[in-house]
Write a protein that binds this ligand. Structure first.
Ligand code: NAG
Length: 350
């Protein structure tokens, strides 16, 4: 009896230690896509955590030019593509009142968020060339403040899709892409900072904007088509809150020739990936009292389009956006000056 008790305790103890908080990845997902999946550190002052897709959909109304359109009811991941590409999934609440649902889900002590807050999309191009996209969803993006001034807060929006991408060759990770606003940064896999397992690259999610960086600290942040001098608008990252997106992901294959998706488990909804519209409110007009527009920059901008719009069939590690694609060999703080610089072991894709 005594032995039994001890044995029971041991079983309980090992059970606790080894019980994985993992949502089981479906069979068929390549092992290396899981093994080298980036982990994310969220900023401790960021009130806007990753969000469950279904929760998001239960608090929005599909609108075009601020008018409701006919839509399936209830709206879900199974029927979202019945909506047109001109649709904005518009918040039912005034987001300036900070309703609880826009703050998403705080990861637990294992880094797990309840619900589906991420998606893994694998593009197998053949001959051992595989791009794995790790897509992160947040309901709200806080755009930051120019010169740290509250009155110069731009680029807030409902709906925020960010991603990292790992490019594999024969199961070996080669390069990692970090999305940042309209562009991002690429690094050699060997250059990236790793998780405690020495395998998974770390992505730092910036306070509010959720742009992904390879290091913690302060990063110059540019607004597309708005040439701000370096340093006036900054993204801040910090190793504060651990998030393991794999624990709340759905897993899909992307077939580039047919531009189509399939779920690895054969049952996760696929339909929503074909929705071409926007995941948040349309940019408010200046007649809306929440809106402020200075130098053409809006305090509230339109929500983004979804994962299929991230160039899943890209050739280079970077999406094709007219900029040189530097595959960096050293981790440097992001500022405008260093960003334009090339280092000896960097690879450049044009
Ligand atoms: C983080 O973002 C919040 C707004 O969402 C802001 O109030 C806070 O000052 C930011 N923290 C830093 C360090 O920038």
């Amino acid at each position: 009896m005594f032995c039994g008790k001890v044995f029971g305790l041991v079983v309980l103890a090992t059970g606790v230690v080894s019980a994985p908080a993992k949502r089981q990845a479906p069979s068929g997902v390549p092992d290396y896509v899981l093994k080298y999946a980036p982990v994310v550190y969220l900023h401790g002052q960021d009130p806007y955590f990753p969000s469950d897709l279904n929760t998001h959909l239960s608090h929005i109304t599909p609108k075009v030019n601020f008018n409701g359109v006919s839509a399936p009811n209830p709206l879900g991941l199974n029927n979202l593509d019945q909506l047109g590409g001109d649709v904005y999934l518009t918040s039912n609440d005034d987001v300036t009142t900070n309703p609880a649902w826009i703050k998403g889900v705080r990861p637990d002590s294992n880094g797990k968020t309840e619900g589906t807050t991420a998606v893994v999309i694998v593009n197998d191009k053949g001959n051992g060339n595989v791009d794995a996209f790790y897509m992160y969803f947040y309901t709200y993006n806080w755009g930051g403040e120019v010169l740290g001034l509250r009155s110069l807060n731009f680029g807030n929006h409902v709906g925020d899709w960010e991603h990292t991408m790992v490019r594999f060759s024969n199961g070996q990770p080669q390069y990692v892409w970090y999305s940042q606003h309209a562009n991002g940064q690429a690094f050699k896999y060997s250059t990236t900072e790793k998780h405690t397992d020495n395998l998974r690259p770390i992505a730092y999610s910036a306070n509010g904007s959720h742009a992904n960086y390879a290091i913690d600290g302060t990063h110059d942040h540019t607004i597309p088509n708005f040439n701000l001098p370096g340093g006036v608008l900054e993204d801040k990252t910090a190793k504060n809150i651990f998030w393991d997106p794999l624990l709340s992901s759905l897993f899909y294959r992307f077939d580039a020739p047919s531009n189509s998706f399939t779920a690895y488990d054969g049952k996760s909804p696929v339909n929503w990936l074909n929705f071409m519209g926007h995941w948040g409110d349309q940019e408010y007009p200046t007649s809306d009292k929440r809106q402020v527009k200075i130098f053409g920059q809006a305090k509230f901008s339109s929500g983004p389009t979804g994962p299929r719009d991230k160039q899943l069939g890209r050739n280079n590690v970077c999406p094709d956006n007219g900029k040189v694609c530097i595959l960096r060999s050293i981790l440097v703080p992001r500022n405008a000056e260093v960003d334009a610089q090339l280092f000896a072991d960097d690879v450049v894709q044009r």
